[in-house]
Design a protein around this ligand. Structure first.
Ligand code: PEP
Ligand code: MN
Length: 339
């Protein structure tokens, strides 16, 4: 349920409501809106007497939240959320399209520095690159580990790009958070509820990828795990789902963009690299995602895709990335955004 405060309420009124919520054994989550402050009360409300809250000073009303997700839902917060990745310019969820680009995996200093400089010059705000890779085959390249994280941090130092990199387990969180600006939770871990909770407690923004067979509700409930731990900075990322199709690696359902916008205040970006599996499809799907209302993109870019250690077939070159960024300007303008 949400406790809607009257306008003009003081911090002491809000603190009192928070205390009452906690006394009932529920978790609180305060959302300060442009004209109203609301406090969400989260948890199992069976047998709970709401009377004390209803009658508290400056409480306007109590509204049940109908969606299964609460703090991720639009019912709790109507204004779209803006997630800062690193600096005030590196945000996702504003008028400006936020692009995160870089290789699937960090492979060497030369590779990551080269990509970082190129994507930065073309207008990216974030640098992606896996140091810990979730590989289907245990004998395949597993990532450079901490050395990869160090290289990403070096690239940030030079370019100012926000570093986005995957964390695969709770045990890796402290190490990854030491170097990264944004923790990526991959498709294979979207249902790893303990990891989601730990990422929520860590305090860094989280880029949450949709599980390859997850429904929209499951996707938003995964985000709910992170936010309900006190971390509101979640960026959703559609990366394609498993279907019976074989001409693509995954099927990219762009209809999720307007659906998420209707259900949630969280920003959503699209990853057309994993979403298609083919470099030639990536530029068209970047344009389509922005036309559909996505807040940004995550794109795999490699200086030499033919020799990439992971996901070369879906990685575009730095030149192709520059072209994508140019083409996005017109599309963004056509839908009232900037890029
Ligand atoms: C990745 O971003 O390289 C990755 C492994 O993505 P996903 O979790 O979407 O498969
Ligand atoms: Mn990849």
């Amino acid at each position: 349920m949400i406790v809607v405060m009257k306008s003009g309420c003081t911090q002491a009124d809000v603190d009192h409501v928070v205390e009452l919520i906690r006394q009932l054994g529920l978790k609180d989550h305060i959302i300060v809106g442009t004209d109203r402050t609301v406090v969400a009360a989260l948890g199992d409300k069976r047998g709970i007497d709401k009377g004390s809250i209803e009658n508290a000073p400056m409480v306007d009303r109590i509204v049940p939240i109908l969606a299964p997700y609460k703090v991720a839902s639009r019912e709790v917060k109507q204004e779209p959320s803006v997630v800062p990745l690193l600096t005030p310019e590196a945000e996702i969820g504003t008028q400006k399209i936020g692009v995160i680009a870089g290789p699937c995996s960090v492979e060497s200093e030369a590779q990551i520095m080269d990509v970082a400089r190129r994507v930065r010059a073309a207008g990216a705000i974030g640098l992606r690159g896996g140091a810990f890779k979730p590989r289907t085959n245990p004998y395949d390249f597993q990532g450079l580990g901490e050395e990869g994280l160090r290289l990403l941090a070096r690239a940030r130092e030079e370019t100012g790009l926000a570093v986005v990199t995957e964390v695969m387990s709770i045990a890796q969180i402290d190490l990854v958070a030491e170097y990264a600006d944004v923790l990526q939770i991959g498709a294979r871990n979207m249902h790893n509820f303990n990891l989601l909770k730990a990422a929520g407690q860590c305090g860094k923004p989280v880029l949450l990828k949709r599980g390859m067979v997850a429904s929209l509700d499951e996707f938003l409930l995964a985000a709910e795990y992170v936010i309900s731990e006190g971390n509101p900075n979640v960026v959703l990322c559609e990366r394609g789902i498993r279907t019976t199709e074989t001409y693509v690696r995954n099927t990219l359902p762009l209809a999720i963009v307007p659906a998420i916008k209707r259900e949630s205040h969280l920003p959503i970006i699209v990853d057309p690299s994993h979403g298609t599996g083919h470099a030639y499809m990536v530029p068209a799907m970047c344009r389509a995602a922005i036309a559909a209302g996505a807040d940004g993109l995550m794109i795999e870019v490699h200086p030499d895709p033919e020799h990439a250690l992971t996901d070369g077939a879906q990685s575009i070159t730095c030149e192709a990335f520059e072209q994508v960024m140019q083409d996005l300007r017109a599309v963004a303008a056509a839908v009232g955004r900037t890029s």
